[in-house]
Design a protein around this ligand. Structure first.
Ligand code: NAP
Length: 307
């Protein structure tokens, strides 16, 4: 329990900074529900998979490889492991096809997987790799699975408070490759800004239905996400743990809460932090920006190899 947790009160939802994924789902039966979580083998995704499974949901756990997904799903009673390497469109499409073939109706789709702050510019299909993995890969997955989403299905997209570090344009549509300038944290912030715009635009497109889309910030938690940080920064980050960092159990709470809690039914287009609606960067509310990114992402997807 961090020092900061003692200073933070719970919000209007009754939950807050210190709530864990188990606490926000206490008393809920998810029996009969099917929930897909990407990046299920590590950190917050692994905890979300465990807790949602514990409450009785049939889990679809995706990871970069089938072996990783199988290993993570092995402890659950009812879980379907699938490979979904988000930077490889062929495996994302294969994952979509497998969910369809198995006739899985998804009550929630949690876009949890992500990478952070790659020190040097890397690309997939000509697009900066964090933007591709965190945003384009999930775009391909979610849009591919919309027909599988239950009538009241929920899409939950892991954004981050780091979206405040995105460039002033939010997403630099004229520099999606990263070749006209690359900074590790700005690029991560941009990818998380894109996650936020995607959730908001999806919510607009789902308006008039009972399906919802929301974005979340999980808090700051020491996980494998920090693997690309330089060793000194990692040590400093570790030292702050007792003061400000959340545990993994606390970090998974917001995504789990937004995916299944009855109080969130019908809430769409919002940004959550600490299991409550929170304020995002004001320009992330701009529908024109979100529509522009959606169009640009469709164009990227259209250029990807068919197989
Ligand atoms: N931890 C934090 O403080 C924090 C703060 C704000 C937002 N977030 C967000 O929370 C989410 C979960 O992060 P975490 O902290 O749990 O990190 P983590 O422990 O590193 O887990 C990330 C997961 O994403 C997977 N992944 C990475 N690249 C992938 C790819 N190309 N295709 C498919 N899966 C891929 C990883 O697989 P491998 O294990 O195989 O690499 C892993 O399962 C991320 O979206 C992150 O941006 C985290």
């Amino acid at each position: 329990m961090s020092l900061y947790q003692h200073l933070k009160r719970n919000g209007p939802s009754g939950f807050g900074y210190g709530s864990t994924a188990e606490q926000v789902t206490e008393g809920l039966s998810l029996s009969g529900k099917t929930i897909l979580v990407t990046g299920c083998n590590s950190g917050l995704g692994r905890e979300a998979l465990r807790v949602l499974g514990l409450r009785g949901a049939r889990m679809v756990g995706t990871a970069r490889t089938l072996e990783k997904a199988r290993e993570a799903c092995a402890a659950l009673k009812d879980a379907v492991p699938l490979a979904c390497e988000l930077s490889d469109p062929a495996t994302v499409r294969a994952c979509v096809a497998e969910v369809k073939r198995a006739g899985l109706r998804l009550d929630a789709l949690v876009c949890n997987a992500g990478i952070m702050a790659l020190p040097k510019l890397e690309q997939a299909h000509g697009i900066e790799l964090q933007l591709f993995t965190n945003h384009v890969g999930h775009f391909l997955l979610v849009t591919g699975l919309l027909d599988q989403l239950a009538e009241d299905g929920r899409v939950v997209v892991l954004s981050s408070g780091a979206h405040f570090m995105a460039p002033k344009e939010g997403v630099q549509l004229d520099n999606l490759s990263g070749e006209r300038g690359y900074r590790a944290w700005t690029a991560y912030g941009q990818s998380k800004f894109a996650n936020l715009l995607f959730a908001k635009e999806l919510a607009r497109r789902l308006a008039g239905t009972r399906r919802t889309a929301n974005a979340i910030h999980p808090g700051v938690i020491r996980t494998n996400l920090g693997r690309h940080m330089n060793p000194v920064a990692r040590v400093v980050f570790g030292l702050t743990e007792p003061l400000v960092l959340k545990s993994v159990a606390q970090g998974a709470a917001t995504e789990v809460y937004v995916a299944v809690h009855p109080a969130v039914a019908g809430v769409s287009g919002a940004y959550f932090a600490d299991c409550n609606v929170a304020r995002c960067r004001p320009d992330a509310e701009d529908p024109a920006l979100a529509a522009g990114l959606w169009k640009a992402t469709e164009e990227i997807v259209a250029r990807l190899p068919a197989r």
